[in-house]
Design a protein around this ligand. Structure first.
Ligand code: ADP
Ligand code: UDP
Length: 235
């Protein structure tokens, strides 16, 4: 399958149309942004790692009954995916306190939560992705109740599968963000799962192996992405 026209260029990926109107090609970039795009940089090798890691995890999820947009990995950076209508919700699951949650609640980072949490942000750059709840999503017509139920069920399943999988690699899954889309009336998992969108800490040392190294200028950013990729064992 070949790329036709550039449909969209985001912060981390380019999205191209193909000859199949139900399929797109996503091309992962090394560009990194944080804080609503205010901080910009490059993480060398990130595009290939995020592409291959997402596809690897999406295959595991498919095997566990979570439908995804994955069709076929084309090369290091490019993958053919099902073209969906993205549900404009960033779905965030947390197992430990970190980031905005820790700040908002005056907690240290890394405290194990008694149960996992699920929250929604309205995916809208102009509004800076505000935090909303199910009632807002319904009231604004962002999703139906049935879609919200399906999304929540899949999101917790994704958490269970990824927590177990990463535990086997010596990694604690602190939190993550996922996106879903509509494909011929069905809700499927779309976008990506990578160190850009997950907080991943080494289980023993608690070293951060994710984009927080870039956001917070902690150094060894490329090394962290490489380390996660190495542990996945998919080269
Ligand atoms: P952003 O838009 O936040 O800058 P990216 O650079 O990752 O993010 O751009 C990829 C865009 O493609 C995102 O807006 C994402 O919602 C969208 N997307 C991801 N998967 C699909 C898909 N299967 N079909 C259509 N759009 C998708
Ligand atoms: N996240 C993301 N994209 C966003 C916002 C958050 O991928 O636009 C991920 C982030 O990497 C983390 C989780 O969602 O794994 C929770 O992020 P949080 O709400 O703590 O926000 P942050 O501290 O990143 O502002």
């Amino acid at each position: 399958m070949e790329k036709k026209e550039l449909l969209y260029e985001g912060k981390a990926k380019k999205v191209f149309t193909t000859e199949d109107q139900d399929a797109l090609i996503v091309s992962y970039k090394d560009d990194a942004t944080a804080f609503d795009g205010q901080k910009k940089g490059t993480i060398v090798g990130k595009g290939a790692i995020n592409n291959r890691m997402t596809n690897h995890i999406f295959q595991l999820l498919e095997a566990e009954g979570v439908p995804t947009h994955l069709i076929e990995e084309l090369n290091d950076r490019e993958t053919v995916v099902k073209k969906v209508e993205i549900v404009p919700l960033e779905v965030i699951i947390r197992n430990f306190s970190a980031g905005s949650f820790a700040k908002k609640l005056g907690m240290e980072e890394g405290i194990k939560l008694l149960s996992p949490t699920l929250e929604f942000s309205y995916k809208n750059d102009d509004l800076h992705d505000p935090f909303i709840n199910d009632y807002y999503a319904l009231a604004l017509g962002l999703a139906t109740q049935e879609e919200i139920d399906t999304i929540s069920k899949y999101a917790f399943k994704v958490n269970e599968v990824m927590q177990n999988y990463f535990a086997g690699l010596g990694i604690e899954l602190i939190d993550f963000k996922i996106e879903f889309g509509r494909y011929h009336g069905q809700i499927i998992l779309a976008d990506e799962v990578s160190p850009d969108t997950c907080r991943l800490w080494d289980k023993e040392t608690h070293e951060k192996l994710d984009k927080d190294r870039f956001r917070r200028d902690l150094g060894n950013v490329e090394d962290a992405y490489q380390e996660v990729f190495r542990r996945l064992g998919i080269h």
